[in-house]
Design a protein around this ligand. Structure first.
Ligand code: PEP
Length: 252
């Protein structure tokens, strides 16, 4: 049985005081929820503040990125162990904004996955096709490549705390959501790929989140799809009431 996960990616938003205000409001909004893993991924500079604010609650902390080395001459970077030290349980890797804006390759993302596994941290691996790739009928090839290279060399133990987020790039921050059927088709394909790379048990246990303009108004239908195990939410996670409503989704 896969426990649903709803994760909020706050991207480059919120100062410490704003982050505190948001998370305090969210805490109250989700106080009764036990059957969903609720995750927030704030900006690095606010992690300690948010970490202290969610101690003892049902909200888990994630970081939006990491560097695949423990320590060293890597100016501006932060290691998995440092993120664990401030209370992060998960790290998002492979987000399309980092792939596109910062040129991150599947190989580099895979290095991060290994560093996170070594540090015993959960991984949220983002994958997804661009509009051009979808229109050129390359979606399945892109997903196949991103799964193969992103998971390369990860053992079964690492897979136990790995979550995949399918985020069609054309749906991120655009207000365009994949239809429920498009999401289900991609998720079922990704699960089949995991079975191919590992086995049926791992495929059945791996959570696959949908990301791309998830809102209170479309989450219920998305979560009704059998292979959609949660959501990675950008814009709507910046409003406590909206995010709380997404967390409290109702299958149709
Ligand atoms: C995201 O950043 O991962 C995302 C899905 O953003 P949005 O919900 O705003 O489309």
């Amino acid at each position: 049985m896969r426990k649903p996960m709803i994760a909020g990616n706050w991207k480059l938003h919120k100062t410490c005081s704003e982050a505190l205000e948001l998370v305090n409001e969210l805490k109250n909004g989700v106080i009764d929820i036990r059957d969903v893993e609720i995750v927030v991924a704030p900006v690095y500079t606010t992690l300690s503040t948010v970490s202290a604010a969610i101690e003892g609650t049902n909200i888990t902390l994630a970081a939006q990125n990491c560097y695949p080395e423990a320590t060293g001459a890597f100016t501006g970077e932060v290691s998995p162990a440092m993120l664990a030290d401030v209370g992060c349980r998960y790290v998002i890797i492979g987000h399309s904004e980092r792939r596109q804006l910062l040129g991150e390759s599947d190989e580099f993302i895979n290095c991060k996955a290994h560093a996170l596994a070594e540090a015993d941290m959960g991984i949220i691996l983002c994958i997804g096709e661009t509009l051009e790739e979808r229109e050129a009928d390359q979606m399945l090839d892109i997903l196949r490549r991103q799964v193969r290279l992103g998971l390369k060399g990860l053992d079964e133990a690492a897979m136990a705390s790995l979550v995949i987020a399918y985020e069609p790039v054309w749906a991120i921050g655009t207000g365009k959501t994949a239809t429920d059927e498009q999401a289900q088709e991609a998720h079922a394909f990704i699960r089949a790929l995991i079975k191919e790379h590992y086995n049926q048990e791992i495929a059945a246990q791996t959570r696959i989140l949908y990301g791309g303009s998830v809102k209170p108004g479309n989450v219920d239908a998305l979560m009704t799809q059998p292979d959609v195990d949660g959501a990675l939410v950008g814009g709507a996670s910046l409003k406590a009431a909206d995010f709380a409503r997404i967390v409290a989704f109702e299958k149709q």
